[in-house]
Design a protein around this ligand. Sequence first.
Ligand code: M6R
Length: 366
Amino acid sequence: ELGVYNHFMQKEIHEQPRAVADTAEVFLDGGFIPENFGKNAPQVFQEIDSIKILACGTSYYSALTSKYWLESIAKIPTDVEIASEYRYRDVIANPKQLIITISQSGETLDTMEALKFAQSLGHKHSLSICNVMESALPRNSELVLYTRAGAEIGVASTKAFTTQLVVLFGLAVTLGKMRGLVSDEKLASYTQELRELSGSIQHALNLEPQIAAWAQKFAQKSSALFLGRGIHYPIALEGALKLKEITYIHAEAYPAGELKHGPLALVDENMPIVVIAPHDGLLDKVKANMQEVSARGGELFVFTDLDSDYTSDSDTVHVIRTPRHVGTLSPIVHTIPVQLLSYHAALARGTDVDKPRNLAKSVTVE
Ligand code: M6R
């Protein structure tokens, strides 16, 4: 089953160009139409005034990423919450709010219970974005759109995350279009971006040898920081989770602007700092944040892209440039380098990549 690969995680990382293309097909062939999400979707999408997304772990980070798209493309207020927190607090329910659950397995107990809780409060409309057909979450949701990642076996989620992002982007464009917010020109450019996504991911995968070389350094560290801003902040969170999960190296992610409010105190020459810094509206701000790190002796490992003019000016600033500039879908492409970094650091440390200690693939207990 592993074919030429040594681990399922490695195989699943490399399957992403295919997984993403398969998942995008529904939008590329059928258009960004509400019916993709179920037969009631046209009516449901007309009725809703806001969205709440409930999920855990990596699926929670895809939700956080999608908030940027849903609010900028569809202008629909979007709240994202960790499922296990939501179900245990006093919630002000809004029947016009669409509850979205995101889950690879569709069986995560915390997410399932959060959905039931929302329904018990009077939320009528729910959408499940899930990878496993006919699992508990889609069975209990009004609408569903499956990711087409194929079976994900490695405990560390990889292709499920990037395919979730494809569906969530498709949802944002669909809702934006229904609300008359997406011009024909914009629609054509979103479609084009989605078509080019697999190729952009393949380009990022081709950086593996350089990333593996960085990973050798990480393998010797006991702690790491991940930084990003805006829509790339959730990708920093995802990078830190992957590193913790499979290498057991302590890692934390921060929005780069938050550094000076505390975490900067951790920075010294022993603390590697990974920065997701593609060319976007916040790059200049991120550069200033990186300067703050360098001034304290921190070693920077920066993922940037073709359009950015960021270059290294010292031995303690390392730069890997993804060979394309990707606009709206940039967070999907910049997930690949952080997955590869963790994978190779885990190899160097000799940990059990596919079955990290203390974890299960599907968490069906509280
Ligand atoms: O199956 P789900 O997407 O609901 O699982 C949620 C989390 O348990 C899962 O993403 C977990 O965080 C992964 N092991 C992360 O790699």
